[in-house]
Design a protein around this ligand. Structure first.
Ligand code: TYM
Length: 348
């Protein structure tokens, strides 16, 4: 007899999300994820945030750089407002439950599911997929483990992670079904706000990404005020002034992107931004956007640089977070081993 699969409402609400510490964080990561992680921290729900260093090594990472970037990403979280006392902040490799549950999910998920992931297809497009790491192929299975090791119910992410979260739901449903339990929640993606998909400053049809070869395409959280202003000034646009209605941005991806960035940074809706700047030329709008971006990002960059002066303190915070994360994940994992039929007899 199989029990019905529980809906998320029957699980205690818990928020989990992660960011890869490969390359520096971008304005896309900040607006699509980090800024919203901070907002979630104030909503009275437990929040767990993870620097997914094991996902990072699915493509080659220089070890010294990976260590540095993991600390830098942790500094960015704290500088942006994540309070390591109120939220749990740690790096993935320090909590082995992720890898252990990831293996179990490798045995639940199907090869076909992984092969259909658009990120896998994009990353292997025009390349020899046979030469990619097995980890890159199984990446979404480990991501499901990140979330479900805590039986998290809500996952704030940018739009590009939507398909991975659907796969997390599929894995939870199949696990529950195969073992006749209602053990894992079916998670809810939280994809909201004005900047769920921040686009490249050079091409409004491409996502802003840390892996784009052109540094001009993105704003990095480590960029100085001058560099931020210069990148916005040089951002690709069209010759038309801003319209007086959102519909007027429909076929203008670059203009729409800058309006969305302004909206997300200012905390207003895109409709309000268009209302305020109706008829403005980019010669007016871009300096206003640059001023706003510098005003919002410069304090974060300054604080990040200050925190990076004391890497031992960052390591201490991550280690403490890992202990708290492990205390939640380990008992859940033990139950999973039991459900799956593993003998657990090691004296403790
Ligand atoms: P990653 O490291 O690529 O990105 C981290 C977060 O930033 C968001 N993001 C963006 N949002 C808006 N516009 C953009 N241009 C942009 N670029 C990135 C992403 O949507 C994401 O929310 N697979 C994940 C990491 C991960 C994870 C998890 C996330 C691993 N395990 C468990 C949530 C839950 C990734 O590569 O994100």
């Amino acid at each position: 007899m199989t029990e019905p699969v529980q809906t998320p409402q029957t699980f205690a609400p818990r928020i989990f999300s992660g960011i890869q510490p490969s390359g520096g964080l971008t304005l896309g990561n900040y607006l699509g994820a980090l800024k919203r992680f901070v907002e979630k921290q104030d909503e009275g729900i437990e929040t767990i945030y993870c620097l997914v260093d094991m996902h990072a090594i699915t493509v080659w990472q220089d070890p010294a750089k990976l260590r540095q970037q993991t600390r830098e990403a942790a500094a960015a979280f704290i500088a942006a407002g994540i309070d390591p006392k109120r939220s749990i902040l740690f790096n993935q490799s320090q909590v082995s439950a992720h890898a252990e549950l990831g293996w179990i999910f490798n045995c639940v998920a199907r090869m076909g599911w992984m092969g259909r992931m658009t990120q896998w297809k994009d990353k292997t497009a025009g390349k020899n997929a046979e030469a990619e790491s097995l980890g890159l192929f199984a990446y979404p299975s480990l991501m499901a483990a990140d979330i479900l090791a805590y039986r998290a119910t809500m996952v704030p992410v940018g739009e590009d992670q939507k398909q991975h979260l659907e796969l997390t739901r599929d894995i939870a449903i199949k696990f529950n079904h195969d073992y006749g339990v209602s053990f894992f929640p079916v998670v809810e993606p939280i994809i909201e706000g004005a900047a769920t998909r921040v686009m490249s400053l050079r091409d409004g049809t491409k996502k802003m990404s840390k892996s784009d070869p052109s540094d001009q395409s993105r704003i990095n959280l480590t960029d100085t005020a001058d560099v931020i202003a210069q990148k916005i000034r040089k951002a690709k646009t069209d010759p038309e002034p801003l319209p007086d209605h959102l519909d007027g941005l429909k076929d203008r991806p670059e203009a729409r992107n800058l309006v969305n960035i302004y909206a997300a940074l200012s905390g207003h809706s895109a409709a309000k931004v268009i209302h305020d700047f109706a008829g403005a030329q980019f010669g007016t709008f871009k300096p206003a956007l640059a001023d706003l971006a510098v005003a919002k990002l410069e304090p974060i960059t300054t604080e990040m640089n200050r925190l990076m002066q004391d890497p031992a303190e960052i390591d201490r915070i991550l280690g403490e977070g890992a202990v708290r994360a492990d205390a939640i994940a380990r008992p859940i994992l033990e139950q999973v081993y039991d459900i799956v039929g593993m003998v657990r007899s090691r004296p403790v």
